[in-house]
Design a protein around this ligand. Structure first.
Ligand SMILES: [Zn+2]
Length: 396
């Protein structure tokens, strides 16, 4: 006998942009979506099974965070915490972060770098049902140049041969994607955000190796030249992208790359400026306004934007994902577009739109119950009343 669950709700939104179903229901069978429609029709199809009545709540697809660091506890000093972290500690922190993440309605994350590739083991533990968590795609360990941004959590590589080997080592570990560092960053002392880091030939070889293995590439890129280097090399997503000009935006259009702005990262740093190290404070102030202006420019040009928060950076807690949607809407994105960026849009960017991102027949049952209609009030995504991840109900 298949295990069947019917989730009923006042409003079911099968996908961003799709017609919502009033007094709708979702039929879940063996962890997958079997049908979505009006309650009476779904009840007939279900022929019994467990019923979850979400009452006045809205059911929508589970959300996706394309940029997290599960092994970080989000303290004020990212560098020192990372340097002091043991492997065992990294694993347990990932487990804790995974729980916090999924309870907040995020049913998939793309981890863009843990110091010991701990997210890979945690990914597998979640998939086996040993622990509670979101679906995890892991980049393994970040690839940066010697002394590059994030060197204290990264594998340092110099020259195309070394980068090739480092990418291959990540693939051997079981990485789902690759993360490269194209520019300096806010949380590393001694590097400037505007400076380019991995060279064009190094970025190209990283992309070629990853694409050969059918894996996507995410580039940390803040400065303008590094963003262009990464886009020309063929990366799939640009993370942060604080200095976008017309040429960079044209490259997005040309290559079809997705922009993952991670507005939360500078937002939470900016809220806690007095508590973070001096270099982080200075560089946050340097990028903050330029970043917001870049986001607006990308929005106006119709660049594909998807959600990631860089959770794990100072005060940017894993359970605060939905803040990203509110920040995007505050900067001019429609609520419906923000919802798309956080669901099917993010799934497309990660190459998993056949599995999740919408409530469509055959996809895994990743859905959330929220208080309100996110198409009218994006803050409704912060009010998560229930979560089902891969068909399993998560205690919230
Ligand atoms: Zn990051």
């Amino acid at each position: 006998m298949p295990s069947r669950t019917v989730v009923r709700a006042k409003l079911v939104i099968p996908s961003a942009g799709a017609k919502p179903v009033a007094n709708g229901a979702v039929l879940v069978e063996d962890g997958r979506i079997k049908a979505v429609g009006p309650r009476a029709k779904i009840d007939r199809l279900a022929k019994g099974g467990r019923v979850i009545d979400a009452g006045r709540h809205t059911v929508m697809p589970g959300m996706i965070n394309l940029h997290v660091h599960l092994d970080s506890l989000c303290g004020p000093d990212f560098l020192t915490s990372a340097l002091l972290m043991s492997e065992a500690n990294a694993v347990m922190t990932c487990v804790h972060s995974a729980q916090q993440t999924v309870r907040a309605g995020v049913t998939t994350v793309r981890d863009l770098g843990t110091k010991y590739a701990a997210a890979i083991a945690v990914r597998d533990a979640v998939a086996k049902g040993w622990i509670t968590g979101p679906r995890i795609l892991s980049a393994g360990v970040v690839v940066c140049m010697t002394g590059g941004h994030g060197w204290f959590i990264a594998d340092e590589a110099d020259g195309p041969d070394d980068v090739r080997k480092t990418v291959r080592r990540n693939l051997k570990r079981g990485a789902d994607c690759i993360k490269v560092i194209a520019t300096g960053g806010v949380l590393s002392p001694g590097v400037e955000v505007g400076s380019s880091q991995l060279d064009p030939d190094e970025l190209e070889v990283a992309v070629r190796e990853a694409h050969k293995a059918d894996r996507r590439v995410a580039a940390h890129a803040i400065g303008n030249q590094g963003i262009k280097n990464a886009l020309r090399a063929g990366v799939d997503t640009i993370e942060h992208g604080c200095y976008l000009d017309d040429e960079a935006l044209a490259l997005f259009k040309k290559t079809g790359a997705t922009y993952v702005p991670t507005l939360c990262a500078p937002h939470f740093l900016h809220e806690h400026l007095a508590e973070v190290p001096e270099y982080a404070r200075r560089k946050t102030m340097q990028v903050y306004e330029a970043h917001r202006a870049s986001f607006k420019r990308a929005l106006r040009k119709g660049i594909t934007i998807a959600t990631g928060t860089d959770a794990g950076t100072p005060f940017n807690r894993h359970e605060l994902f939905a803040t990203e949607l509110s920040l995007m809407v505050a900067l001019g994105m429609s609520a419906e577009a923000a919802m798309e960026a956080a669901t099917i849009g993010a799934a497309r960017a990660a190459g998993i739109a056949d599995q999740t991102g919408s409530l469509e027949v055959g996809k895994t049952a990743d859905l959330i119950l929220i208080d309100g209609d996110p198409r009218k009030d994006i803050a409704a995504t912060k009010r998560v009343a229930g979560v089902m991840a891969r068909g399993e109900l998560i205690a919230t």
